[in-house]
Design a protein around this ligand. Structure first.
Ligand SMILES: *Cc1c(COP(=O)(O)O)cnc(C)c1O
Length: 409
């Protein structure tokens, strides 16, 4: 029998740095290993049938089968749970699995869900393609129009689904205000917190019922594992867990390990990315070859006041529009030396790409236009490189952009 390495400590009161490192890491360890082992086991053996039955019924702790629970996966869930200061957390094979499983758990035919037009592309597809097929009414509002969103909620609503900041124009929703609107009509309020991470924003404290992450992005931070997670009250998370254990979109133990390891530096990465993104946004805003910069930390951002109120940092994601059309994007992007031209975000490396091949690859050209995404937009996920190097890199690439220069300024 392995001994307890240490007594569980009260982690929720510790700072984000301490929580990122220690949360979810206590408990029994094989051979006193300091690191969480990857439990590559599909099943768990019991010598005593009564003990087995008790574990199977959830009366005593214990794992039964990998589609239900796994020790490495449980440690990952616990770390995110403590970072979000939630009662419970359950994990998924990807962010989209977390989102779809949550929506299908909460919604039934005849129900109505209210969200915004510029949620993540995959989420938007669930709203426009899949939910209507199951007789679920979907109302998608303009992100900035808080009054219109409130009116849509007040009409009738089972779920309010929010994402802030949004993808890719980094709009900000007033989460506390919209959570209040949702609760006035008895709805469950869900927030995708992928862009902000718990370091910059805690939706549960702002009144949301459930918070969702694509752990593939900032939480893992190394672009080497897919994963998703939902945090919230015990009873609600238990229902979502039940849907997932039966339908099967469970997180792989090896992915859980990689995400756990990545999360140990979450606070350091986010602090760096917040700082660099702010400097880069200011640089881009002052550059004559940049039409527009979208970053919630800028005074010029439409929702800067809301962002200041509900976020402790403005995040590592920004986007900017070049003069001209998609040809400008095509000539600019390959000139960047320090950016992967790739679909992911939130990694230690800077990643850049147009929405057409990143956040909104699932959407048509018309759907992107409806979501208010400029044709020559570039989504830029700031990595942990030196900000000066990223700025010089952007500078040299911008010097070669041809097109109409912006007037004024
Ligand atoms: C990437 C992303 C998702 C989907 O996550 P996957 O892990 O790719 O399935 C959902 N929401 C946001 C905001 C994202 O950036």
């Amino acid at each position: 029998m392995a001994k307890k390495v240490k007594q569980p400590r009260k982690k929720n009161s510790a700072g984000f740095g301490t929580r990122s490192v220690w949360a979810g890491e206590e408990g029994e360890r094989w051979q006193r290993a300091t690191q969480i082992p990857v439990a590559l086991s599909v099943s768990y053996a019991y010598g005593d049938i009564d003990e087995w039955i008790d574990a199977a019924l959830g009366k005593t702790p214990g794992h039964i089968y990998g589609r239900n629970t796994n020790p490495t996966v449980a440690a990952f869930e616990e770390k995110v749970r403590i970072l979000e200061d939630a009662e419970a957390a359950t994990s998924f094979a990807s962010g989209m699995a977390a989102i779809s499983n949550t929506l299908f758990t909460l919604l039934s035919p005849g129900d109505r869900v209210v969200s915004v037009k510029d949620t993540y592309g995959g989420t938007n597809k669930i709203f426009i393609e899949f939910l209507p097929r199951f007789g679920i009414e979907v109302a998608l509002c303009e992100s900035g129009e808080h009054k219109a969103i409130e009116a849509a909620i007040a009409k009738r609503c089972k779920v309010v689904y929010l994402e802030s900041p949004t993808n890719p124009t980094v709009k900000v929703l007033d989460l506390a205000r919209l959570a209040r609107a949702g609760h006035r009509c008895g709805a469950t309020v869900v927030v995708d917190n992928t862009f902000a991470t718990p370091i910059n924003q805690q939706p549960l404290k702002l009144g949301a019922d459930l918070v969702i992450h694509s752990a593939t992005k900032f939480l893992g931070g190394h672009a080497d594992a897919l994963g998703g997670v939902v945090c919230g009250p015990r009873d609600l998370v238990a229902k979502i867990y039940h849907f997932r254990e039966i339908t099967g979109a469970c997180l792989e133990p090896m992915s859980a390990y990689l995400l756990l390891r990545g999360m140990k530096t979450l606070h350091l990465r986010i602090a760096r990315q917040n700082e660099s993104a702010m400097r880069i946004a200011q640089f881009l805003e002052s550059h004559p070859m940049v039409e527009r910069v979208f970053y919630p930390g800028l005074q010029s951002h439409k929702h800067h006041a809301i962002a200041r109120r509900q976020m402790s940092g403005f995040g590592g994601m920004l986007s900017f529009a070049l003069p001209g059309n998609f040809d400008a994007v095509k000539s600019f992007l390959p000139r960047l030396c320090y950016a992967h031209l790739a679909a992911n975000l939130g990694a230690v490396e800077t990643v850049a790409g147009p929405p057409a091949t990143t956040s909104h690859v699932e959407s048509t050209k018309e759907e992107r236009a409806t979501a208010g995404i400029p044709e020559a937009l570039i989504r830029y996920s700031v990595g942990i490189e030196d900000a000066e190097d990223l700025i010089s890199d952007l500078k040299q690439a911008l010097e070669k952009v041809t097109g109409r220069k912006r007037r004024g300024r």
